[in-house]
Design a protein around this ligand. Structure first.
Ligand code: ADP
Ligand code: F6P
Length: 322
């Protein structure tokens, strides 16, 4: 009987549990043994590993976070660390590793594959920053969390005729800010891929105010060059004009919560596909979704694709927010 190891790594994302469930249940169905590795790559090095049965993944499809815990592990970034990791995986009789995480976690999986250890990646991150797939697990739930917050802030913004800046996560990727800014009807969306000068933001505010629109929502992605933070933007705007500005940094609220139906279905499909790949004797690959079809490709190729913002959506959002 072959054994699959499964772990979650990097920033957690709603739907990771649904992916773990899909991996465990489909693997057992097809006759594999499954070992769950706690705390990502760190759990390999610390030998924090236990067998998972069908019932160990019961009642988790609706839960945010990850029952396997997650972490970031510096030691695994070293060659020595990874050689040790392979020794541990072999010691536990693990034949294949399934890694649920973002691009950093995939780089780890790629390096394991280079050492000859078969690994498969399932994209799980709220950032949606992997170019080869239309969606990563957790992005849809995070979008809905952000939109809920924007709607609430919009109420008070309108009552007080204020400018509200909402800072959202995304690391270096503007997807979360762009799509929530569009869906939340933001007047300005500022993302790393389209750096805007503070002067331009102020200009837009003045134009909308002259038209009689007294309140404005600005969705700001983290990681925008020249704009260090929402607080920085607020200070600069108040220097430039007579603006009454409030700031909300949404932070880790975006990483939690019960996954949406979309994320649960996506996670289930991707987890199932990852196991199917192993059955077909394929590894060193990642799974993803393109045009609603589940796809797979070599990890190396997936990581080489450069994530771009959808410029049509960006331009459209700009027009609709006037
Ligand atoms: P994410 O997977 O969400 O992008 P990180 O970038 O923090 O999260 O990566 C998660 C973990 O993956 C890191 O803590 C490290 O253990 C491993 N990792 C990241 N980059 C590399 C790399 N270049 N080589 C080996 N392991 C890596
Ligand atoms: O990758 C997910 C993410 O939430 C990013 O959006 C953010 O930049 C980062 O992780 C925050 O990481 P931490 O968990 O270390 O606060």
């Amino acid at each position: 009987m072959k054994t699959i190891g499964v772990l979650t790594s990097g920033g957690d994302a709603p739907g990771m549990n649904a992916a773990i469930r899909a991996v465990v249940r489909s693997a057992i169905y097809y006759g594999y043994k499954v070992l769950g590795i706690n705390r990502g790559y760190r759990g390999i090095l610390e030998e924090d590993i236990e067998e998972m049965g069908l019932s160990s993944v019961g009642d988790i499809i609706q839960r945010g976070g990850t029952i396997l815990k997650s972490s970031r592990c510096e030691e695994f970034k070293t060659e020595e660390g990874r050689v040790k990791a392979v020794e541990v995986l072999e010691k536990y009789g693990i034949d294949y590793l399934i890694v649920i995480g973002g691009d950093g976690s995939f780089r780890g999986a790629e390096k394991l594959s280079e050492l000859g250890f078969p690994a498969i990646g399932i994209p799980g991150t709220i950032d949606n920053d992997l170019a080869y797939t239309d969606y990563t697990i957790g992005f849809d739930t995070a979008q809905n969390t952000v939109i809920d917050a924007i709607s609430k802030i919009r109420d008070t913004s309108s009552s007080h005729e204020r400018i509200n800046i909402i800072e959202v996560m995304g690391r270096n990727c503007g997807d979360l800010a762009l799509f929530t800014g569009l869906a939340g009807g933001a007047e300005s969306i500022i993302i790393p891929e389209r750096v805007m000068d503070v002067e331009e933001v102020a200009q837009r505010l003045e134009t909308t105010q002259k038209r009689g629109k007294k309140h404005s929502i600005i969705v700001l992605a983290e990681g925008v060059e020249k704009i260090e933070s929402a607080g920085f933007l607020k200070d600069k705007l108040t220097e430039l004009g007579n603006f009454d500005v409030r700031v909300t940094v949404l932070g880790h609220v975006q990483r939690g919560g019960s996954p949406t139906a979309f994320d649960r279905v996506l996670a289930s499909r991707l987890g199932f596909k990852a196991v199917e790949l192993l059955i077909d004797g394929k590894s060193s690959r990642v799974v993803g979704i393109k045009n609603n079809e589940i796809i797979d490709l070599p990890i190396k190729e997936a990581l080489q694709e450069k994530k771009e913002i959808d410029k049509n959506i960006y331009e459209m959002a700009k027009i609709l927010s006037m």
